[in-house]
Design a protein around this ligand. Sequence first.
Ligand code: ZN
Length: 627
Amino acid sequence: MLRIQEEILKKLPKDKVSEVVFEGPLIVIYVKDKELFLKGKEIGAKLAKEFKKRFEIRIDPNLLPEDDVIKERIEKIVPKEAELRNIYIERARSIVIIECLRPEKITDEILEKIKEETLLIPKVKRAPIQSSKIIDAIRAYLYSVSEERKKLLHKVGEKIVAGWGTKSKRKWVRISILGAGQEVGRSAILLQTPESNVLLDFGIGVNNTGPDAFPHLDAPEFDIQKLDAVIITHAHLDHVGLLPFLFKLGWKGPVYMTEPTRDLAALVCLDYIKVSEQQNKQSLYSSSEIREMLKHTITLNYGEVTDITPDIKITFHNAGHILGSAMVHLNIGNGLHNILYTGDFKFSKTRLLDPPKTIFPRLETVIMESTYGGKNDIHPSREETEKKFLEAVKETLSEGGKVLIPVLAVGRAQEILLLIIDAVKQGILPPVDVYLEGVLWETTMIHTAYPEFLSKELKEEIERGENPFEAEFIYRASPKDRENIMNENKPAIIIATSGMMNGGPIVDYFRLGAEDPRNLLAFVSYQARGTLGRLILDGAKEVNINGELVKVRLKVQRFEGFSGHADRKELLKFVSKLNPKPKNVVIVHGEPPKPFELASGIKSLYKKQNINVNVYVPKNLDAIRLR
Ligand code: ZN
């Protein structure tokens, strides 16, 4: 037993406690006494104050009623208007997950009653508006490995409190750039202190091949055996795409991310396997490593301060980029040095998300992205872009044409969808059928399960029961519907992956509709060199799709301004609003000369305000000592 466990036991009636265990950063006390269990909140709060840790008091699993008794009682207590969908009992951890469509209808009193009558700790989760295979599969899988997760989380927790009560004399903080140094893709940063080794993101070089698709695992300071934790900012492949591969290499430790990021990450990684297979490429990992990733994931909400190693506490904050995307604030050595790693972010309000905050209790170093940090990277305003987009869509529909919109599975798709839904409701667009396919349908359903990660307005709408994604003209299409949709003499909007047309259903829709001049191919995101999307955007008159020559006669238009990234103006505004002002700014995630142009922008900005700042634009394999 660790010293902290002994100290905690001293505060409790010994004969009534079965064990004190760790569940990652949480300390869980299992008790043998109903009275003590029902007073759990009070006891937990008292202990939290004393030990500066989070506590939860649960009943010894041996004292639990039978599963069917529990279910029956819960079904009786949960009010009809909450629209109960699923009950998952995790006996090993004495908790129950109650999944319903309207969790806001379950009050604290109801929860208290469930606790009293089942002796379980109830956790309420929102079900997506229509069944989502991936959410069902992930949740069911996690409950099925409850016992194993309990052991695993205990080990993680033991490591976090190791050395509790002692102080280390050595003080230094260092980062190594393993990927996304002077490039976009394969984001990975190793953060090291005398006591910790932590990875920030672990992405794939999406448009690279061979070793350049991987972060630099050959960096001398990287040792998978010494790694303590991995933190993932968001569910795009260039930030999370190789995480399952890390498990293939034998990694068995914890991964921290938000709950929507976990679901979306599983989905985009599964999709990555599928696309690799379709392209006859060997996938770097299989679904069993994605399950390992899920098993080792600890989810955190925005604003929740969490110990992840003996000397690092992290807090996630909204990044405004995609659903669940986070900036991570790292408090190292009890305030000795504080880092904000932005991941990808946007710094203005969108239909889907609020902009990130800029005020932090402490801040010495910012590690930030620079995708659009170049001198000329000024995006048109969102209003202007939306207007232009809707005009083009309206014109196409009125001519009887179809609108094809290539998108990434997460982010722009839902933003565009909300724009279209709103325009139809307001009569700006005529009534029209909108089709989504496969992975895109799933990611959209995931959005409906996590309103607390969406903009304030959207969250309120969903909690009032007015879910905008629930529009009756949105249809789920399958591959066999494609020909019908495209051949039917009726306007339609098709939103499909992949974003740069290097695979996915959009290619098929394009093949079927490319020769009809009434149709519109509307690009709403960046098209990299070498992709089919870029080829068409650059004006190709004929393209080869899987050996078939297709004439490009439809209208092609690019709409800038829908980006999920901050443009140069926003990047500089973010830095100027940061409070307190950082001493170091490390710029990553940008194609030269953009990161260098952003660096000079930041230097002159701070010079005007008479603030000294070190600005770094590291290459891959560069290391920076921050303290
Ligand atoms: Zn991203």
